[in-house]
Design a protein around this ligand. Structure first.
Ligand code: NAD
Length: 276
């Protein structure tokens, strides 16, 4: 099955379903990412702070999959925001990944208290011009942060990667992003297992109706909303299950029922306050 692709505002395309490696043990990353590549994933979402870029790079090298068939994202950590520090951080990420470029490079958090995200954004523009990343975007940016980078640089981020799952559906940012042509990527798409998403009737009923797992129903909800999604699992069985989501479609009523679970319930840090 070829994963559907979303066209970004810079004209490139990204596989809509990928594999995330947050909290994947660096020692196990090569094996787990190799499993994901064998299952068929071609989009991997990592970050410098995850400490596992070396394992991701080893799995890529061992796979023998042509580079242009893979989509690799990594992220600039907060303490490296700036100009030379960000250039150095990107070079280190590329070295660890064993790549000469990534497909997408993101500012991981805005950290408004540091007030360096605008400077960092200009650095990402330069890294793109230098060919070290094909696309540039942001993560955990709220509307005022997006407005500032767009207003000051004139460059619209290709994506904003934000916490997004049925109980925290982020409608205002999704609407703003759609109006600007920014694609939305969901992190914590399954709620990171921090609340009983899979037991909620809207999810459990949809899953039962289609003979799939609740996780598959939730991934489908993201896909049908046009959201880019990369669930994480260490288990090969679940990695395969999460990729097997193209043989069914949620009805409009099932989508609406899952939409109804939104309670504005964040499970991660608030980007306005985070000092990670
Ligand atoms: P997630 O919502 O994908 O949840 C992962 C958890 O769900 C796993 O620990 C696993 O126990 C469970 N799970 C996965 N598949 C399952 C299945 N089929 N059945 C039952 N349980 C299942 O959370 P996440 O890993 O935090 O988010 C996905 C990716 O988003 C990350 O790996 C990372 O790449 C990215 N991310 C980015 C940020 C950011 O600040 N930009 C923050 C967190 C995560």
């Amino acid at each position: 099955m070829t994963t559907p692709r979303i066209t970004l505002n810079d004209g490139t395309t990204i596989p809509q379903l990928g594999f995330g490696v947050f909290r994947v043990d660096p020692e196990e990353t090569e094996r787990i990412v190799s499993d994901a590549l064998e299952v068929g994933y071609r989009h991997i979402d990592t970050a410098a702070i995850y400490g596992n870029e070396i394992g991701v790079g080893r799995a890529i090298a061992a796979s023998g999959i042509p580079r242009d068939e893979l989509y690799i994202t990594t992220k600039l950590w907060n303490s490296d925001q700036g100009t030379q520090s960000a250039i150095d951080a990107m070079d280190l990420s590329l070295e660890k990944l064993g790549l000469d470029h990534v497909d997408l490079y993101l500012i991981h958090w805005p950290r408004p208290d540091l007030d360096r995200y605008l400077e960092s954004w200009h650095t990402l523009e330069q890294l793109k011009a230098d060919g070290k990343t094909t696309s540039i975007g942001v993560s955990n940016f709220h509307i005022p942060h997006l407005e500032r980078v767009i207003g000051e640089s004139g460059t619209v981020p290709a994506v904003d990667q934000i916490e997004l799952h049925p109980a925290f559906a982020q409608r205002p940012i999704r609407e703003y992003a759609a109006s600007k042509g920014i694609a939305i990527e969901a992190w914590g798409p399954l709620g990171q297992g921090k609340y009983d998403l899979f037991g909620m009737p809207a999810v459990a009923d949809a899953a039962r109706a289609h003979g799939v797992s609740p996780a598959q129903a939730v991934i489908r909800w993201h896909l049908q909303h046009g959201i880019i999604v990369f669930p994480k699992s260490n288990s090969r069985e679940r990695i395969a299950q999460n990729f097997d989501v193209f043989g069914f479609e949620l009805t409009a009523a099932e989508m609406a029922a899952i939409d109804g679970l939104d309670q504005g319930m964040r499970v991660g840090s608030n980007p306005d306050e985070a000092t990670l």
